[in-house]
Design a protein around this ligand. Structure first.
Ligand code: BDP
Length: 688
């Protein structure tokens, strides 16, 4: 067990489970000639059943008792099962949905996987296998609510990965298009097993070369591998590409020359990749070029690209993560900028543009309140952008199961409709910044595989519960006997990180550039809002960022009900307290402690829980295979050290600012503040 097989391990089942699965899959029947997609379903079932049962199922063209039957409506009709109530049920399941049913067809008891399309059959096959493995009930139907379920790779053409902690890029651009690594197929299988149906191959900080003929050919080769699995390829486009390639004299989106160039480029791409998905664009943000360079709006820029893609049914995903090194909001609140720039453009985007919004208004912090654009842009389709790779949550060394973060965000009521409207309900699509690399275990650590898994499962069903998803993943990954303790670890892990890094709504106090270790003292960076002191605003008189009407008034960007609730510290959820309020150190918390004592208690809790995670894993040693056990044990040791560092450095720093003594029982930091300030992290991974 080295983790390569992810949650598709297909190890021999225990006896009772074997008998159950065997009785449902004596043979596998797919009437008619298979397409590449239904062939992929057959191949997966064959591989899985061979692994789980120890022998291959009989391939068969005829239905007999105990057959596992895969069929679309046309095939059901030929089998004389068209009139069944299944038909109506199927028609409600759309292109991607499937149903699993024990039923009788042609006088035989069969297990039916039915779907309207071959891709639905593939999804159904994976669902059936999930159930077969975990012993879940086999009477299900399912269809996704979001049609766009994407991964975003922040992968560079030289195979470095921005914010990647799992080795090099999976895409070997140099070897492509001639050499197509087996990993691409396994990547496709893993994604299809979750229902992920699109992938942006390259970094949002994009290079012009990716749109040149050689790279289009490379992307086409990847697209060919992913196509049978229902995964479309997309590219991140650099706004100034034609200018930088010296093929136009400007990149102004309203220039006819520029528009014609992009039209030709789109036509060229679709010649090689007929089902190309479209472009993802980061513009006028962190130094990236964009339409504002020509005094045009984001809508002008997005619509120009959209026009080029529209004839081919492609889309533009235009990111709302905007702020420029020298731009607006320099002396205001960075949290407000995306809303301020995008809300006025609501209704101005072309029909094939989606605005892609990070889950929170700052930047993938361990915890953020939901982004105020969700629910606010009602005339523009929005996509959620989550970060699966853990840039701000301890990379792939610290354990943090993000299912809880995804759930917390998706289920929040934006209060933008009379009956309520959750963040999930405001979405038309979803994207996750991938944590996948060339590491043998794909994600840098075994537990980080769970974040890829949870993202995919929750992209399919944004109402899914993080715990249920964790139960599935744990059963598939470590086997049925460890599920409860493993899930308990996962469920506490992200709060643990929040507590030892950024409790009570603190944010962005990580070290410059690498974002790994603590650096709440940093105050000397060029842009004010790159500095941790800008975000925590701690001084003798208190701590926190006042985003109420007395402060930056970022609260005004939320629905009135939320703005009202959060404008009073007493009714602000404690986990967001210092996100919205600047409060005196002696502010009385609901616990009865002062804010100062509460802050310290959270840091201590984070460290205690990191130790508890390690102890729980150690207790599982007899039940986990040696390699995976040891790889995680080493990481959990490292996490305890990291939690200690965070806790001690933050206690030392905030004490130096508050000037307050440590309450009785609180351990002083191991070193003086200067020691923590002197630490550096040369060659930290993930800078791309
Ligand atoms: C920040 C990352 C940076 C990304 C940027 C983005 O630090 O590497 O380029 O987000 O999302 O979180 O564009």
């Amino acid at each position: 067990e080295d983790g390569y097989d992810l949650w598709l391990r297909y190890r021999p089942l225990e006896q009772a489970a074997q008998a159950r699965v065997q009785s449902q899959a004596r043979s596998v029947v797919l009437p008619g000639a298979p397409s590449p997609t239904s062939q992929a379903a057959l191949d997966e079932l064959h591989k899985a059943l061979t692994g789980m049962l120890g022998r291959a199922p009989a391939p068969s063209a005829r239905i007999s008792d105990g057959a596992l039957l895969l069929a679309t409506p046309a095939r059901l009709q030929e089998l004389g099962a068209a009139a069944s109530p299944l038909r109506a049920e199927l028609s409600a399941l759309g292109n991607d949905g499937y149903l699993l049913r024990q039923t009788r067809i042609q006088n035989h008891n069969v297990t039916l996987i039915a779907a309207n399309t071959d891709i639905g059959l593939l999804y159904g096959a994976y669902a059936w296998l999930r159930d077969a493995n975990t012993g879940a009930k086999l009477e299900a139907s399912s269809a996704p609510t979001l049609q766009l379920r994407l991964l975003n790779h922040w992968d560079n053409l030289d195979r470095t990965v921005e914010r990647g902690y799992a080795g090099q890029s999976i895409w070997d651009w140099w070897a492509l298009p001639d050499i197509k690594d087996q990993r691409y197929t396994d990547y496709a299988r893993a994604n299809a097993s979750l229902g992920i149906n699109g992938t942006v191959l390259n970094n949002v900080n994009s290079k012009p070369e990716v749109l040149t003929a050689p790279f289009i050919a490379k992307a086409a080769a990847v697209a060919d591998v992913l196509r049978p699995y229902g995964i479309k390829v997309y590219l991140s486009a650099r706004f100034s590409t034609p200018l930088e390639l010296k093929e136009t004299s400007t990149a102004d989106p309203l220039s006819p020359e520029v528009r014609a160039w992009w039209q030709r480029k789109a036509d060229e791409i679709y010649k090689s990749i007929p089902d190309f998905g479209g472009f993802l664009v980061k513009a006028n943000s962190e130094g990236q070029p964009g339409p504002q360079d020509y005094h045009r709006t984001h809508a002008d820029g997005a619509n120009m690209l959209a026009a080029a893609l529209a004839p081919h049914k492609g889309i533009v995903m235009w990111r709302a993560f905007v702020y420029a090194p020298k731009g607006t909001h320099l002396n205001d609140d960075r949290a407000k900028q995306a809303y301020d720039e995008f809300k006025p453009l609501d209704g101005q985007f072309a029909a094939n543009v989606l605005v892609q919004v990070k889950n929170g208004a700052i930047d993938f912090q361990p915890r953020e309140p939901f982004h105020p654009l969700f629910g606010a842009m009602q005339k523009t389709p929005l996509m959620m952008e989550f970060q699966i790779t853990k840039e701000y949550l301890g990379f792939s060394t610290d354990m943090a199961y993000l299912g809880t973060l995804f759930e917390e965000t998706l289920e929040t009521d934006t209060k933008t409709a009379p009956q309520g409207r959750t963040v999930a309900q405001t979405l038309s699509g979803i994207a996750g910044v991938a944590n996948i690399g060339s590491d043998r275990n794909w994600a840098g650590s075994h537990f980080d595989q769970a974040n890829w898994y949870a993202y995919g499962r929750m992209a399919w069903n944004p109402q899914a519960k993080a715990r249920d998803v964790a139960v599935e993943w744990a059963a598939l990954t470590f086997g049925p006997r460890t599920v409860t303790p493993v899930v308990d670890m996962m469920m506490m892990s992200r709060e643990t990180v929040v507590n030892y890094m950024t409790p009570l709504g603190l944010h962005h106090i990580m070290g410059t550039g690498h974002h790994h270790g603590p650096a709440p003292w940093v105050d000397n960076l060029e842009r004010p809002d790159w500095n941790p002191v800008y975000y925590h605003r701690a001084s003798r008189d208190g701590i926190g960022f006042d985003r109420t009407a007395k402060g930056s008034n970022a609260l005004e960007q939320y629905a009135p009900e939320i703005a009202r609730q959060f404008s009073d510290p007493k009714t602000t959820p404690p986990q967001f307290l210092l996100w919205f309020h600047h409060l005196p150190w002696n502010y009385a918390m609901p616990s009865g402690r002062t804010l100062w004592a509460e802050l310290l208690a959270h840091y201590d809790q984070g460290l205690a829980d990191a130790k508890s995670l390690r102890a729980r894993w150690v207790a599982l040693k007899p039940l986990i295979d040696p390699r995976r056990y040891s790889e995680e044990e080493q990481r959990l040791n490292r996490q305890v050290a990291n939690a200690t560092l965070w806790r001690d450095a933050c206690v030392a720093y905030f004490q130096s600012v508050s000037g307050l003594p440590l309450p009785a029982g609180v351990q002083p930091p191991a070193h003086p503040l200067d020691y923590y300030k002197s630490l550096s992290y040369p060659y930290a991974p993930g800078r791309g």
